[in-house]
Write a protein that binds this ligand. Structure first.
Ligand SMILES: Cc1cc2nc3c(=O)[nH]c(=O)nc-3n(C[C@H](O)[C@H](O)[C@H](O)COP(=O)(O)O)c2cc1C
Length: 316
């Protein structure tokens, strides 16, 4: 009996040790959060990935990519000569600080998905966070909706319930506006007679558009369109832009697709045959059509277009 108890305890200890070793591994992608205690200037572009075997790393120092050897023994960590891409960096200070900190590293410690690199004097050179942990910490339904919204240019052939369109508009007008002036006017159109009618005018002026067999209407074939008007003078476009984003995010969260449309607006405003359709939108005299939002049930799931993170710099 005692023998079995002993074997069980040994097995349990081995399992716990294996698990803790597993969760403490350096392998994987780590986002650099601070350099010598200061937040990195270029949000989440600086990272280090320890490759399988822990003999090689690659990463990005906030501008240039680097790659090369590393040596890991117990809690000791040293980086060898790292190769690097040679891109010009507007934010060169971050790049230098990150590389200095990497080369100054002699040891590391992992705790609660946070990795710290230390210099020989015991100072914290870099603090990093496992990528999945960072993403999980900053994830919720709103962020998911924002990150997953895409412009939809193919829609199912079915109408959007009117109460849903109303709800979208309601979300739109709950956007912030300068001095709460709410300088926007919103017109919801799901009437096929209107959408097809203006599309006929468009086709007459752009006969090639109809060559595309999938072409149904000039609003990316959407069954509903929300037209936004703004005052002819002033800077109400800011308010209107915020209104649009509210509408598009609300739509995404309710399973609808949208596409902000500037292209058809120029046509509607400038083609004399389109004038009756513009008039039917009944914007106030001092307002004009600014843009439209196509709305419908998505019939495609496009990949995200690339975003240029170097346009974001955190100054400290
Ligand atoms: C003011 C504005 C006007 C736009 N006009 C058009 C348009 O006329 N036709 C179109 O297909 N997409 C249009 N778009 C959609 C953009 O092409 C799209 O937002 C951009 O490529 C990023 O892709 P994403 O929305 O999928 O993230 C417009 C977007 C904005 C903000």
């Amino acid at each position: 009996m005692k023998k079995y108890l002993f074997i069980s305890l040994v097995l349990l200890a081995a399992t716990v040790a294996a698990c803790s070793q597993q969760s403490e591994t350096l392998q994987g992608k780590w986002i650099i959060e601070t350099v010598y205690g200061q937040p990195v200037a270029i949000a989440d572009t600086a990272f280090i990935t320890f490759e399988e075997g822990l003999e090689k790393v690659h990463g990005c120092n906030g501008c240039n990519n680097f790659f090369g050897p590393c040596t890991v023994k117990d809690d000791q960590l040293k980086f060898g000569e790292l190769g690097s891409t040679m891109r010009f960096c507007a934010e060169a200070a971050t790049e230098h600080q990150v590389m200095d900190a990497i080369y100054a590293t002699v040891s590391y410690k992992i705790k609660d998905k946070t990795l710290a690199f230390y210099t020989s004097s015991g100072a914290e050179a870099l603090r990093l966070c496992r990528e999945d942990a960072q993403l999980a910490a900053y994830e919720n339904d709103v962020i998911k909706t924002i990150m997953e919204r895409r412009s939809i240019r193919r829609y199912e052939d079915r109408p959007v319930p009117r109460e849903l369109l109303w709800r979208l508009a309601e979300c739109g007008i709950n956007a912030p506006s300068a001095v709460n002036r709410q300088q926007w006017e919103v017109r919801i159109v799901d009437n096929p007679e209107y959408i097809d009618g203006i599309t006929e005018v468009y086709k007459k002026a752009n006969p090639k558009a109809a060559d595309d067999p999938s072409f149904k209407n000039m609003f990316r074939n959407a069954p509903a369109v929300i037209f936004i008007g703004s005052p002819r003078s002033g800077a109400a476009q800011f308010d209107c832009g915020l209104l649009a984003e509210n509408i598009m995010l609300a739509a995404k969260s309710l399973g609808l697709g949208t596409c902000c449309l500037g292209g058809p607006i120029g046509f509607m405003k400038n083609n004399p045959d389109a004038a009756p359709y513009l008039q039917r939108l009944a914007f106030s005299d001092d307002y004009e059509l600014l843009y439209a939002i196509a709305v419908g049930y998505p019939d495609e799931a496009p990949a995200a277009k690339p975003r240029d993170k170097s346009k974001v710099i955190l100054l400290y």
